[in-house]
Design a protein around this ligand. Sequence first.
Ligand SMILES: Nc1ncnc2c1ncn2[C@@H]1O[C@H](COP(=O)(O)OP(=O)(O)O)[C@@H](O)[C@H]1O
Ligand SMILES: [Mg+2]
Length: 226
Amino acid sequence: MNKVIIDLQNIRKIYKLGMVEVEVLKGIDLQIKEGEHISIMGPSGSGKTTLLNIIGCLDKPTSGKYLLKNEKVSEFDDDKLSEIRSKYIGFIFQQFNLIPQLNVIENISLPLYYQGADEKEMREKAIHLAELVGLADRIYHRPSELSGGQQQRVAIARALANDPLIILADEPTGNLDTKTGREIMNLLCKLNEQGKTLLVITHDINIANYSKKIIKLLDGRIVNEN
Ligand SMILES: Nc1ncnc2c1ncn2[C@@H]1O[C@H](COP(=O)(O)OP(=O)(O)O)[C@@H](O)[C@H]1O
Ligand SMILES: [Mg+2]
């Protein structure tokens, strides 16, 4: 039985807009075990990105308890949050979020650069990761010289650079055609089979069906789990 690495208990998130308070997450309980692949579905505005950002330590809950690897991150300050984020979390976004001026190896190296890694070590690791995602022959290309699918492969390699515990993907196929989206999901599933825990937000049931477990979010609440 794999162990729980992410444990959310009664997580609430309230945004204050002037005088108005909007409760975006209304008591989320969710446990994720090491090695799982889970999809989160739900209509636009249901709180999916907010939830993912809290899980990824980019944002803090207003109340509730969040344990990541048994560390009580819901009580962490911003510095400790960013430290634990760079240690445990790999993010992938719909818009790829690559740096246009940097080539493939430089983009992949970025998380290592921020950790102050040795330059040679960084380069070797980036080349290895480029090979892993099928971009061995593109390492000096800039993002604008790559297709959408190739850019998302760079983003996946970058997400892997710090050997994260979990990959969090927010609509990773949202900007890709169906065939390319399937290729990206096959790559993510391969990484999951090799042991990476994977959490994917999508509003496409075909993408969600790559995982055994689908969580549906509606108006800030989990409405069913299967
Ligand atoms: N920084 C913010 N300030 C105020 N409201 C926000 C902020 N981020 C998100 N929201 C609101 O929270 C709700 C959920 O947003 P989000 O988590 O992005 O939903 P989803 O990803 O499911 O589309 C939306 O109504 C959105 O307007
Ligand atoms: Mg969203």
